[in-house]
Write a protein that binds this ligand. Structure first.
Ligand code: DUC
Ligand code: ZN
Ligand code: ZN
Length: 465
């Protein structure tokens, strides 16, 4: 099957130009006209006049079916990846979980079982390590070989995912020899639990106090600490879901002194704030960790994205229904399952708030939603690029289309939207995954099971840039 995309403006991280794109089978076969300016023969032609042709979005931080807070994140690999496709995201990297006392192998196998035959777009895995011991450290080599080269550890959630400094340092030392990358959830969970307990003792049980307890300084302290540990181990480090200025300053200072410290932020930290956590228990819809911050951090985070101290934007997609799931925390904010839906909205929110809002160029937009994630996570140039031989994961994007985000119309399996009623400019018209149209004009044309496991290369990029 050959598909010719005509008349569009190809937008890449490096630049934009007018060119036709020919897809043959699952990959890009030609960009521009053939010899003598001839139009290549094709089975179908898609007219992209007035539209952008961009590489499909890559969301490197999702939690489909995550067991958390006494319940499970609601989206399955089927519903979550279908929603991703509607929003112009054609690859996700989800976090497999090693449960306490179990092996990495068991955790990874469980995640393969959840995804295989169910995903609608391609998917890879990182591994959450809940126990760092001789057994799990030894297993890291095998996971890197199997295309799962990143390991997430936490300075937060004592008793659940928490690792102490010694454990974190041991895992970092291992990545110096096995080529893996340590990803850190950096918040001082011990201190947070003290403040959270104090707040509840004062009768402050509303969701707002989730934000009060998880102070920005606790994120800044932990971010600086894990970066210093990575420096001591001589390895690169990746900070997930950075939300606070204190943490951004720790990353910036480290990068200024030559450390290979990388960080992502998420749409919720660029567009939502502590104000959303107010309004009584309704604020539970906005409970995630790190928490939403004061809105004065927004311009700082955009600056971080412009200067590349923030390399990319992922979602931390981890949806819980308001009714029946977030409600577990009525009367005690500590029991509200942490997490927000977002995999469907990322590309549009960043186009609207970033490009239309005048914060970033359309090329940097493509970079932070697709190309940088591909480079940092061993997928480039198979993904994240419009180049001959790359997978034909392509989005024909209408930069002028307006739509209103709402739980009534979104495809994520969750009963509310954090962006309810927000009008955005920009929308994916046609979404192609490995050469097959999976979404066209608001209709899903793909299928469950189409998505393939992405065996990813070790993160050489983070060692060399
Ligand atoms: N933060 C969340 O908000 N949800 C899942 C896990 C996490 O670290
Ligand atoms: Zn996290
Ligand atoms: Zn997460």
């Amino acid at each position: 099957m050959r598909t010719l995309i005509t008349n569009g403006t190809v937008v890449t991280a490096d630049g934009s130009y007018r060119a036709d794109v020919l897809v043959d089978g699952e990959t890009i076969a030609q960009i521009g006209s053939g010899p003598g300016g001839a139009t290549p023969a094709a089975d179908q032609t898609i007219d992209a006049r007035g539209k952008y042709v961009i590489p499909g979005g890559i969301d490197v931080h999702t939690h489909m079916e995550l067991p958390f807070g006494g319940t499970f994140a609601k989206d399955t690999f089927e519903t979550g990846t279908r929603a991703a496709a509607f929003g112009g995201t054609t690859s996700i990297v989800d976090f497999a979980v090693q449960s306490r006392g179990k092996s990495l192998r068991e955790g990874l196998d469980a995640w393969h079982a959840k995804a295989q035959g169910n995903a609608c777009v391609d998917y890879g895995f990182h591994m959450i390590m809940s126990d760092v011991n001789d057994g799990t450290l030894a297993e890291m080599y095998q996971l890197v070989a199997e295309g799962v080269p990143d390991f997430k550890l936490f300075t937060a959630y004592p008793g659940v995912f928490y690792s102490d400094d010694g454990a974190i340092f041991r895992a970092m030392q291992r990545t110096a020899t096995n080529g893996g990358l340590i990803m850190m959830h950096a918040e001082n969970g011990m201190a947070i639990d003290v403040v959270a307990g104090d707040e509840v003792a004062l009768g402050h049980t509303d969701p707002y106090y989730h934000g009060v307890a998880r102070k920005a300084v606790f994120e800044g302290e932990a971010t600086n600490r894990v970066i210093r540990l990575a420096e001591a181990a001589g390895v690169p480090i990746y900070i997930v879901h950075l939300s606070a200025l204190d943490a951004l300053e720790a990353v910036r200072t480290a990068r200024d002194r030559g450390t290979r410290a990388f960080a992502e932020t998420c749409p919720q930290y660029l567009f939502l704030s502590m104000d959303d956590l107010g309004h009584g228990f309704e604020g539970a819809k906005f409970v995630c960790s790190p928490p939403l911050r004061e809105r004065d951090v927004w311009p700082e985070l955009w600056k971080g994205l412009i200067r590349d101290d923030l390399a990319l934007v992922s979602t931390d997609h981890c949806p819980f229904d308001f009714h029946g799931q977030k409600e577990l925390g009525r009367g005690d904010f500590r029991k509200i399952p942490n997490g927000l839906p977002g995999v469907e909205d990322r590309v549009d929110l960043l186009h609207d708030g970033g490009v239309v809002g005048g914060q970033i160029t359309r090329e940097r937009w493509v970079d932070i939603i697709s190309t940088a994630p591909a480079k940092l996570f061993g997928l480039y140039p198979r993904k994240g690029a419009i180049a001959v031989g790359s997978d034909a994961d392509l989005v024909i994007y209408d930069p002028a289309a307006r739509h209103t985000i709402s739980a009534r119309t979104h495809h994520m399996d969750v009963d509310y939207s954090c962006y309810e009623g927000r009008e955005v400019v920009g929308r994916s018209d046609v979404v192609m995954s490995r050469g097959t149209v999976v979404v066209r004009d608001g209709t899903f044309t793909g299928r469950k099971g189409w998505g393939q496991f992405l065996k990813r290369a070790p993160a050489d990029y983070v060692r060399q840039h």
